[in-house]
Design a protein. Structure first.
Length: 212
């Protein structure tokens, strides 16, 4: 079994839960990749906080220039400027694993992601596993892939994850906006898990539509 595990961190609920889970079993090498996403600074700060809490050192790869160049071709600022980002991020994560002599790559893909993003689908991950296997003895682990976000939060709570120091919002502001798709998914999952978040965590209350 691999003794070193690279955990790709975004500072969000899923990857932070995975970080704490992997830390119990492996020597973890946390990695944050800045690809020009709008919330990169907040995501990085959250990821760094979690790593410090666990006594780990966060490594950062900055490819923001690529994301900014591709995003500049659009007529509006994109939250995620890198199309099919996992195709790029997984390759970089594998290269990082090689340099750190790590045989395991742990990805925080949950059940909801597999249907939402082509580059997070089961077929895509299986193909990447095959590609990685052709290059050496690497384990591509997706421990959360059978769990929805609500279940991930429940796992995190059992592990004692300090979720108040995670970041999910697409906008990159200090407080979560409360209305973007990521904020909505987070709020819904915390409500279903019957877990509370700190007062003022969201800037806006979720709009409710009254049924007729």
């Amino acid at each position: 079994m691999p003794s070193r595990s690279v955990v790709s961190l975004s500072g969000g609920v899923d990857s932070t839960t995975l970080l704490h889970q992997e830390h119990r079993e492996f020597a973890v090498e946390p990695l944050f990749i800045d690809y020009g996403q709008r919330a990169a600074a907040r995501e990085h700060a959250a990821a760094e906080w979690q790593c410090r809490a666990l006594g780990l050192t966060l490594s950062t790869l900055d490819i923001s220039a690529a994301g900014e160049a591709l995003g500049a071709e659009q007529d509006r600022r994109l939250h995620v400027p890198l199309p099919h980002r996992n195709l790029v991020l997984l390759g970089l994560t594998l290269s990082f694993a090689v340099r750190r002599s790590a045989g395991r790559l742990a990805l925080a893909i949950n059940r909801d992601d597999t249907d939402a993003y082509p580059s997070a689908s089961a077929d895509f991950i299986d193909r990447f596993r095959a590609l990685a296997a052709s290059l050496g003895e690497y384990t591509i682990a997706t421990p959360l892939v059978d769990r929805g976000k609500t279940q991930v939060i429940q796992i995190g709570l059992a592990l004692g994850v300090p979720f108040a120091h995670t970041y999910s919002c697409l906008l990159g502001r200090r407080a979560h906006c409360g209305l973007c798709p990521q904020c909505r998914a987070r709020r819904k999952a915390f409500a279903e898990a019957r877990a509370s978040e700190p007062p003022g965590f969201y800037r806006r209350k979720e709009r409710r539509v009254e049924s007729k």
